[in-house]
Every structure is written in structure tokens, then in C-alpha cells.
Ligand binder design. Structure first.
Ligand code: ADP
Ligand code: MG
Length: 444
């Protein structure tokens, strides 16, 4: 990547509605490039506070979009680290390269499958038990009417693609004569658009209408594409008619795919449907342990539980945490402590209160009122400092849900009643309450 790309991306970010002017001027503009190649750009923040703000606001995506525009449409992964933290830099680069290698090995096979996602490495838990059992049956006997189509839906990162590919791989293993194709709906669409241009319909139809099992991933991508929907409908009808198996994934239940042609959504409901749910703690832990076993390293129970208790939204995120930790382990010469793990994991827990610490609040409040953070935890009692301290304590009480005793300890050993009065002062003052809200928004 040329260094001018970042300069041009910055110009775009200045006008991005996701970024407020303070973040832009005091953080983004002051970042330096810690590493850059054709895949990854690692940007370094000057201090821990800026880094937490960037990660807390989840700005990678916004910055990645700007980079893509500035880089002639070529995308790069963007990572944020602390300036001078070479370990974090190398870990970010390594974990990104690993993800890229995995993705690349997927797309290069003609049928879209490479044996990586199987039933054997799919962990079964309450969140996916029925979907998994039914998927195993589909793979054993593809094309049976009561399970055709097989429709899996649920949020991103919960294992739909994995389960779908596991069906494909299991069919190939159990029925080597069967023809299986895995395609994303996006790839299907692109292939069809190319077909319209070169008018080679025969080739397209030969490819998709002669399979025994068609796995089509992320069908919601058909929304708003009428001619592709019609072609897909015809493919669907031809395959079902011939007793061939169709497996579909989607981010919504068929009944909620209201923007899709209802001929399609009603056909989807003729087969069998499952939703995959977010994983419960036991499933998360089982997945995490199986990863540890695969990569042949160990972590203390305390660390494993910390990660699995806190990275809760989806399995992709859990894998991300695992990859990052595994890169650190490789680089760290000693053991990783729970504190190290917190530094790695907490920024991944976005939108989660646990991620916000009193330190972040104190820094942000001090910054807002133009004071130094130590004043807020000191014994000083000038009006200006007391007010700022009250606001910080109020945020700790109402947003972080900390107890009075705990807040008292953090703010220089104050009494329970002192903290309570301080918080109540803010609660009763419309302006101060508004400022507290504003500061909270800034740090989340
Ligand atoms: P989706 O298609 O629902 O967005 P994916 O199938 O791509 O999610 O899953 C995201 C990641 O999580 C993949 O790396 C996948 O292997 C992993 N994963 C998901 N569910 C499980 C599971 N039950 N056991 C093991 N790994 C899983
Ligand atoms: Mg998927």
C-alpha cells in the first residue's frame, strides 16, 4: 500500500458521519502506520485512551471503507494498536494472514468445498442440536421430500455456512458419485449476470441444474435482484422436480423474507427449516477447548472461562479471540496472564458494559472538563473538580452499574454516602445529566 493511501483515506474520513470531529482530529489524524502490506494496515494510536476509544467505537469497518475508496477499490484489513507495541503489531498481522489463508483455500476448489468444514469439527450444543441432527440425515439421504429444501437461518457467525459445507463434504464422502456444488448467492448472481452478457445460458444451466446437491449460501442476497430471482426460482423448481437436494442459508426466517418473491418464500417453507441460535456458555467453551486441542496449546481454566464468559455474541468472534490469543502465545516467550488476555479480549467485546472500565470513564470525564484524571480521584474539592468528579461517579453508578462502595474506593476512598450525594446531584441537574450522557456516548 502506498503511504498516500492513508492520507487520502483521512480526507474521506473527515466527512464521514460515523466519525465525530474530536475522534478525527485528536486521534485519527495523529495515528502512525505501524505496518502496511497488500493485505493489512496496522495503525498505531499514541496512547491507550485513544486506542480504547477507537476500538470502543468499532471504527475498523469505517476506516476500511475509506481505505478501499482511496486504494482504487482494493480492500485491506485495518487493525489498531498502541504505538511501540510490536507484539500487538505482529499478532494483528499474523492473525489476519491466517484468516486470509483460510479464506483463500476455500475459493479455489471448483465445487466450493475443500473438506475444511465437517461434522467432525462442528461442536453440537443446545443452540444447534436439531439443525445438526437434521443436517446429518440430509447428508446421508439427500433429496428426500420431507427435508427439501433444507433451510437454515440465523444471525451471522453462528455456524450456518459451516453446517452447510459439512453437508456437502459428508455427501461427497458417503456418496462419491454425487455431484455437489457450494456457491454463495453472490457468486451465483455474478455468474448469472455474466451469463446475461455473454448469452451462454447453456453453460450456466448445465452447471447448476445437473447437480445432486446444491448448497446456496446467504440467499438474502437475492433481495432486489428480480432477474436473478427468476433464474433461481427456475433452477430451484428443476432441481426439486428431479428429486435433487437443495440447502439454503439465510439471515432471516422464510416468513420474514418479505422482500423476496413470495413464490420463492412459500417454496422454502415446503421443506424443513431450522434456526441456529447464539451459543450458550457450554457450547462456547467446548468450541474453544477443541480449538486449543487442535493447535496444541493450553491456557489456564481462569483464562478459558474469562474468554468464554465474555465473548458471547457469536462463534466467529470467539474464533477471532482465539486466533489473536494464539498469535500472542506464539510471540510471547512466557505465559500469558489473565491481564494480558483482558487486553486482547476486552476490545473485542464491543457494545458490552464489561468493556467500559472506571479508568475509561475518568479519562473521558477529565478530558471533557479539561482537567487531569488524577484530580478526579484526589481529595481536592473546588467546585469545578467536584462537579466533574460527581459526573464521573454518576456514570459509574448509572451506566457501569457499580456499587457505591466500589465507586468510593475508586474515587480516592470516599464514603458510601458521599458518593450517593454526588451522584444524586447530577441526577437532579438537567444540564449535568445531559453532559454525563454525552460523555457516555463518546466512550461507547
Ligand atoms: P455463519 O455462516 O452463520 O455466518 P459460519 O458458519 O461462517 O457462520 O461460522 C463462523 C465460524 O465459526 C467458522 O469458522 C465456523 O467454523 C465456526 N463455527 C460455527 N459454529 C461452530 C460449531 N458449532 N462448532 C465449531 N465451529 C463453529
Ligand atoms: Mg455464512
Amino acid at each position: 500500500m502506498e503511504s498516500s493511501v492513508w492520507d487520502n483515506a483521512l480526507k474521506l474520513l473527515k466527512f464521514d458521519s460515523n466519525i465525530d470531529i474530536v475522534t478525527y482530529e485528536s486521534i485519527l489524524c495523529k495515528m502512525t502506520i505501524a505496518h502496511s502490506d497488500n493485505d493489512v494496515l496496522v495503525l498505531a494510536a499514541r496512547d491507550e485512551y485513544s486506542l480504547k476509544l477507537l476500538k470502543g467505537q468499532n471504527l475498523n469497518k469505517t476506516v476500511e471503507d475509506a481505505i478501499r475508496t482511496a486504494n482504487d477499490g482494493k480492500s485491506l484489513a485495518v487493525k489498531f494498536i498502541l504505538e511501540g507495541d510490536d507484539k500487538a503489531r505482529d499478532a494483528s498481522v499474523n492473525s489476519e494472514k491466517k484468516v486470509l489463508r483460510q479464506a483463500k483455500s476455500e475459493v479455489t476448489t471448483p465445487n466450493g468445498l475443500n473438506g475444511e468444514y465437517t461434522f467432525a469439527n462442528f461442536v453440537v450444543g443446545d443452540c444447534n442440536r436439531f439443525a445438526h441432527a437434521s443436517a446429518v440425515s440430509v447428508a446421508a439421504k439427500p433429496g428426500q421430500k420431507q427435508r427439501n429444501p433444507f433451510f437454515l437461518w440465523g444471525n451471522s457467525g453462528l455456524g450456518k455456512t459451516h453446517l452447510m459445507k459439512a453437508i456437502g463434504n459428508a455427501v461427497l464422502e458417503q456418496h462419491p458419485d454425487k455431484k455437489v456444488i457450494y456457491t454463495t448467492c453472490e457468486a451465483f448472481t455474478n455468474a448469472f449476470v455474466a451469463t446475461i452478457q455473454n448469452k451462454n445460458y447453456t453453460e450456466f444451466r448445465n452447471k447448476f441444474r445437473t447437480v445432486d446437491v446444491l448448497l446456496i449460501d446467504d440467499i438474502q442476497f437475492l433481495i432486489g435482484k428480480d432477474s436473478v430471482q427468476t433464474e433461481f426460482f427456475n433452477t430451484f423448481e428443476a432441481l426439486i422436480e428431479a428429486g435433487k437436494q437443495i440447502v439454503i442459508t439465510c439471515d432471516k426466517a422464510p416468513a420474514n423474507l418479505t422482500q423476496l418473491d413470495n413464490r420463492l418464500t412459500s417454496r422454502f417453507q415446503d421443506g424443513i427449516m431450522f434456526d441456529v441460535q447464539p451459543p450458550d456458555f457450554e457450547t462456547r467453551k467446548a468450541i474453544f477447548l477443541s480449538k486449543l486441542e487442535n493447535e496444541n496449546f493450553t491456557l489456564s481454566d481462569e483464562i478459558i472461562d474469562y474468554v468464554c464468559e465474555n465473548v458471547t455474541t457469536n462463534i466467529r468472534q470467539l474464533n477471532g479471540a482465539f486466533n489473536t490469543i494464539s498469535s500472542y502465545i506464539t510471540l510471547a516467550n512466557g505465559e500469558l496472564t489473565l491481564d494480558d488476555i483482558r487486553k486482547i479480549v476486552d476490545p473485542l467485546i464491543t457494545g458490552n458494559k464489561k468493556y467500559l472500565t472506571p479508568d475509561i470513564v475518568i479519562n473521558a470525564v477529565a478530558n471533557y472538563y479539561d482537567l487531569t484524571p488524577d484530580k478526579l480521584t484526589s481529595k481536592l474539592r473546588s467546585a469545578e473538580i467536584s462537579t466533574a468528579r460527581n459526573v464521573a461517579m454518576f456514570i459509574c453508578r448509572d451506566y457501569l452499574e457499580l456499587k457505591y462502595e466500589k465507586i468510593g474506593q475508586i474515587f480516592g476512598g470516599r464514603k458510601h454516602t458521599t458518593v450517593m450525594h454526588g451522584c444524586d446531584n447530577v441526577d437532579e441537574d438537567k444540564d449535568l445529566k445531559k453532559q454525563a450522557e454525552e460523555i457516555y456516548r463518546l466512550i461507547t
